[in-house]
Write a protein that binds this ligand. Structure first.
Ligand code: PXG
Length: 457
């Protein structure tokens, strides 16, 4: 029996307006136009309450990597619900799904990782890391090392600690963030710079801003550096090749812990299991969420390297931290089924050798359009920059909202992507077929044409 009433679109919209506060939303402006009600989904398509079919170029919110309607995941949840719908991992208990999942995740992760701490989301995972990092340095007899360095325009979540780690100015402004002991350095966003340096020079310069910050705040006060391998919510910012090797060198030289935030890049999106594999970094922590369960149920966690875990276990006593849903059995069962599915269908290799290169080539061709100033895509994570002039790479006037105009027109045409200012980003499901990739790119081109007419009218 369905638990949800059947209602008309208008009724849903009215109830939504009256009772539902949405995340990251200007409610006053939403109430003027009403929400788009998504009622079902299948494969790479979502359907709204009017029956419109929309190709989901964002995998939900960077998470439905296995695509919608996967019976394996539904069956795993149903079976686990019957067997053991909930039990905790506190008070010296554990259950097979949490144990099995921890073991599976360490199996596919880089060799320094052998332990997993579970959380309910990416934000919670990053909160866990703030506490673990500081505890680690306390146990190492260096309690002065509590400062965590992050980057401007990073996104690490929405809880108080995770939003502090993030570098989103409007988030900081709203509620007195960041909390003490978190500082920020430049992001490796070459297109967004004045482009006076070559990308490689710029990559080195931004990496070295980390070293400058370490010296400024004092090397023996710095605990860790956190970064997304490729910034996602900030606009799919792919660092120049020189960036990550230099960051790794600096972390090694100053002995600071490296946190590779894999909430988007983890579990295959770049054609490797983790972003750290793709960029060949050696992180001490990897927070994950989203793609671990393909978003079918909320679950996150932290991979903790031996360097840290051994100290916490040997010297730490009780770590006073945990969530009711740390290692929720049904979420773990779905994540296990999801990882098996990714393995059985060779989806990571498929991104590396098949659909990744296929979509990347078509995506690059969008760069021929007069409105497109730059394109980039790694694995199945891409962006292009809307510009007013291809020659000077000048942007449209902010008031024109070029990115939003494009995004709203594209969804009318049946494809969903995100606009970060005038940067358009996509991250489609791993199961995207060649024909669906063609559809996505053709509709994007047509929408660029319509957008150009609208913006220059
Ligand atoms: N780290 C990264 C790198 C993320 O992208 C989080 C942590 C937090 O995860 P949770 O599960 O707490 O949301 C994220 C989340 C967007 C968007 O608009 C991106 C995220 C969340 C919401 C919106 O691109 N990423």
């Amino acid at each position: 029996m369905a638990a949800i009433e059947k209602r008309s679109r208008e009724d849903w919209q009215e109830l939504d307006k009256e009772h539902h506060l949405h995340p990251f939303t200007d409610h006053k402006s939403l109430h003027q136009k009403r929400s788009r009600i998504i009622t079902r989904a299948d494969g790479v398509y979502i359907y709204d309450a009017d029956g419109n079919r929309i190709l989901d170029g964002m995998s939900g919110l960077w998470c439905v990597n296995a695509g919608y309607g996967r019976q394996e995941l539904i069956d795993a949840a149903t079976a686990q619900m019957k067997e053991l719908p909930y039990y905790n991992n506190f008070f010296q208990c554990a259950h097979p799904p949490s144990i099995e999942l921890a073991s599976m995740i360490q199996d596919i992760s880089p060799p320094q990782f052998n332990r997993v701490f579970f959380a309910g989301s990416g934000s919670e995972s990053n909160d866990t890391i703030v506490r673990m990092v500081r505890t680690y340095w306390d146990l190492m007899g260096q309690p002065g090392r509590h400062t965590i360095i992050s980057r401007h325009n990073a996104y690490h979540g929405s809880t108080v600690a995770a939003a502090s780690l993030g570098g989103m100015k409007p988030m900081h402004k709203q509620s007195g963030l960041p909390i003490p002991g978190i500082v920020h350095v430049d992001q490796p966003y070459w297109f967004g710079s004045d482009r006076s340096l070559s990308p490689d020079e710029f990559g080195l310069a931004t990496a070295r801003s980390l070293e400058e910050k370490i010296k400024e705040v004092g090397p023996d006060t710095v605990a860790a550096f956190i970064a997304e391998p490729i910034q996602g919510a900030g606009g799919v910012i792919v660092p120049p090749d020189t960036y990550w090797p230099e960051v790794q060198r600096i972390c090694d030289e100053y002995g600071i812990l490296l946190i590779s935030d894999e909430v988007i890049t983890g579990f295959g999106r770049l054609g490797e299991w983790f972003g750290a594999d793709y960029f060949q970094t050696r992180p001490d922590f990897m927070p994950f969420a989203k793609g671990v369960s393909s978003g079918y149920l909320p679950i996150g966690g932290v991979l903790v390297s031996d360097r840290v875990a051994d100290v916490l276990i040997e010297k730490g006593g009780e770590f006073f931290h945990g969530y009711t849903y740390s290692g929720h059995p049904v979420a773990c069962a779905v994540a296990i089924a999801n990882i098996k599915l990714i393995q059985n269908e060779n989806l990571v290799e498929r991104i590396k050798n098949d659909i990744g290169p296929y979509l990347q080539e078509k995506w690059r061709a969008l760069g021929e359009h007069p409105l497109v100033g730059d394109t980039r895509m790694v694995g199945l994570m891409g962006a292009f920059e809307i510009v007013k002039s291809k020659e000077t790479l000048q942007r449209f006037d902010k008031k024109q909202g070029a990115g939003a105009v494009f995004r709203d027109t594209l969804i009318e045409d049946g494809v969903c992507m995100r606009a970060v200012g005038d940067t358009i980003i996509c991250a489609p499901p791993f199961v995207l077929s060649h024909a669906e990739a063609d559809e996505m790119v053709e509709k994007t081109w047509n929408t660029l044409e319509r957008t150009q007419k609208e913006l220059t009218a």
